[in-house]
Design a protein around this ligand. Structure first.
Ligand code: ADP
Length: 268
């Protein structure tokens, strides 16, 4: 299988079978780990500048099939970052109050304010994924949502939010192995639910729904990144690299002091 670009070409239809979930550019784990450590240090420094500058925000969206590694990537990639500057939001089955509003209401409330990194563990994309596959709303309702999402993401970027969206791409075989590991380890049982198997049974329908989301909502201002995720260490490296690269473009710097501090003497 040929290597596909991390970000699909804007406007071209994504076929996930063209993306190799095992791809790791011939890197080995040890080399990757070294790069990962350096990048994580840089990420911590950039996050501090983002916070100090208090001008812009970063929103990182994670989507994946069950056991795709959303929790693991969030834990690893951000483990050096000051937790005060980061908000993680996991999106579950909507509550009655959330359902009484438009689908973006709860999402908008969770977007990061200036100076912050917001992390979405699942996101508004569930409303064109699980909702579509399980026919929770009629087709004409979910079909409109791609445009709504693009408009929403444009609004955010126009207001100083840099958006990075990651689809962690695992194979169906890899999911089976990871489920089996959860079943074999009592400490991991809490991560498994029978519902995961009914979602797995609709794998192809989910792939089609993902392909549409990755195609229709892949914009220059909020691009998708399709991350080969069968190898956890490569997944984390790609995500960290992408975040650091994006933050390097954000013009982050420590703010100038509001007054001249050069002659300040601290009294005894
Ligand atoms: P996770 O699998 O993310 O660790 P859970 O096991 O609690 O956490 O799963 C959250 C569930 O909520 C998933 O099955 C997901 O598909 C579902 N969900 C999230 N957003 C929506 C939505 N808008 N409509 C319906 N179901 C949703």
């Amino acid at each position: 299988m040929s290597k596909q670009p991390l970000t699909p070409k804007f406007g071209s239809k994504v076929h996930l079978k063209d993306y190799d979930p095992d791809y790791c550019e011939d890197l080995d784990k040890k080399t990757a780990k070294k790069e990962e450590d350096q990048l994580e240090k840089r990420l911590a420094a950039l996050q501090e500048m983002l916070y100090a500058q208090n001008k812009s925000a970063l929103l990182v969206v994670f989507q994946a099939m069950d056991a795709g590694g959303k929790d693991g990537a969030i834990k690893k990639v951000f483990d050096s970052v000051n937790p005060q500057g980061v908000h993680v939001t996991g999106f579950k089955v909507p509550t009655p109050e959330e359902l009484a509003h438009d689908f973006l209401w709860r999402v908008h409330m969770a977007t990061p304010g200036r100076g912050y990194i917001g992390i979405f563990n699942r996101s508004h994309y569930e409303d064109v994924l699980v909702v579509r596959v399980n026919e929770l709303v009629p087709r004409e309702v979910w079909e409109r949502r791609y445009d709504d999402i693009n408009a929403f993401e444009k609004l955010l970027t126009d207001n100083g939010v840099t958006i990075l969206k990651f689809y962690l791409h695992i194979s169906k075989d890899e999911q089976k192995q990871r489920f089996q590991e959860r079943l074999d380890n009592p400490d991991k049982h809490w991560k498994f639910s029978m519902g995961d198997l009914s979602v797995r049974a609709r794998w192809d329908d989910y792939m089609s729904a993902y392909e549409d989301a990755l195609t229709l909502c892949n914009t220059a201002y909020a691009p998708w990144h399709i991350v080969p995720a069968n190898r956890k260490w490569y997944r984390d490296l790609v995500v960290t690299r992408t975040i650091v690269h994006a933050m390097e473009q954000m013009g982050l710097a420590y703010p100038e002091p509001k007054e001249d501090l050069s002659g300040v003497v601290i009294p005894d």
